[in-house]
Design a protein around this ligand. Structure first.
Ligand code: TXA
Ligand code: MG
Length: 326
């Protein structure tokens, strides 16, 4: 831990565990250190990074407070932070002058999150300043939920990785823009929208009930979170028998597997069966993607979970995984 903190303090890159996915950390207010993150990941310079702090008090000076509107936005941020920090929630508001443009990809707003993982918290504490940390994967690859995943795409490109085992949630944080009176979910994630609705019944969901332009969260568009597999096809449950019999790779929920096992018998070919409950499914999905990449099937059929709010984040990631590359 001390070594990792020293590396970061001298401008280096350290991957570390959080409760969502592994992050690739650097001093977040140091433009030179931040530039190394973009370089190591091969990340487009317009895609903003999340700054990680330990509490709302440390978040305050990173956000602008220059008007009544800003004060109102900060109150909204505070009410969410009080409820969900530390935890898998990222809050977006206009940045103050101390946040460099490179960190936000030229965006006037900055995303902040207080992680709950004890290793992440200790690291932030040791370094004593905000850590910029995108997911610790090469741009376009699957987010890592173990230290081994980090090394699959970033070995030799970073200075160290702290191994904290498997991530608890396994899916990125929920990103919420608080600059509107009705806050907007920009990215569905590990914190369920039902939780946020308790605090803000007027919550909007980007792409579902909000009119915010797509550019509001640049990392939110196009193919993303995608395993390197030739073709990925999303199927509804009633189409699964076809996939079961095809011999192509398959990713489905355990209950479906049991059903088809009993009706159609054992299955040849690569298959991954994940838990039926959304949070448990989410915890294992990226590890399944990494295994499937290694098996390198030509075609992967994925059973698309039902259109229910509890599955929103998982459905979002599966949809992106299946999106054709430009
Ligand atoms: O759970 C997480 O959020 C993980 C861990 C490491 O904290 N981090 C993560 O970072 O997923 P990244 O960079 O892979 O994804 C950040 C997302 C992107 O979709 C990005 O566009 C959005 O947050 N974002 C970051 N800053 C933003 C901003 N200023 N305005 C709007 N969206 C922003
Ligand atoms: Mg990412």
């Amino acid at each position: 831990m001390q070594q990792a903190a020293e590396i970061l303090k001298s401008g280096g890159l350290v991957a570390f565990p959080t409760e969502t996915v592994y992050g690739l950390g650097a001093r977040g207010l140091d433009p030179v250190a931040v530039a190394r993150i973009f370089e190591a990941k091969g990340r487009p310079s317009h895609n903003p990074l999340i700054l990680h702090i330990n509490n709302f008090t440390d978040a305050r000076p990173l956000w602008r407070c220059a008007s009544r509107e800003d004060e109102a936005a900060l109150l909204r941020a505070e009410s969410l932070a009080r409820e969900f920090w530390p935890g898998p929630l990222t809050l977006v508001h206009y940045k103050s002058e101390i946040v460099p443009d490179i960190t936000t990809g030229g965006n006037a707003r900055v995303a902040l999150r207080a992680p709950s993982h004890p290793v992440a918290r200790d690291l932030i504490q040791y370094v004593g300043e905000p850590l910029a940390a995108p997911s610790a994967n090469a741009s376009g690859r699957v987010s890592p939920t173990s230290a081994a995943h980090v090394l699959e795409s970033l070995n030799h490109k970073i200075d160290a990785v702290l191994d904290g085992g498997i991530c608890e949630f396994g899916l990125e944080s929920t990103v919420v823009d608080v600059t509107h009176a009705a806050p907007v979910i920009l990215r569905a994630g590990a914190l369920p929208e039902s939780e946020i609705l308790r605090i803000f019944p007027n919550l909007q969901i980007h792409g579902v009930s909000s009119t915010v332009s797509p550019a509001a969260s640049p990392g939110n568009i196009g193919r993303h979170y995608a395993p390197r597999i030739g073709e990925i096809v999303l199927l509804h449950q009633d189409e699964m028998a076809r996939a079961w019999e095809s011999g192509d790779a398959l990713l489905a929920r355990q209950s479906t597997a049991d059903y088809y096992h009993s009706r159609l018998g054992a299955r040849g070919g690569v298959s991954e069966f994940l838990p039926d409950e959304p949070a448990a499914f989410a915890r294992e999905i990226y590890a399944a993607f990494y295994r499937l990449e290694r098996a390198a099937p030509e075609r992967l059929f994925i059973e698309f979970p039902p259109d229910e709010s509890g599955w929103r984040a998982v459905r979002d990631r599966l949809r992106r995984a299946a999106e054709k590359e430009d």
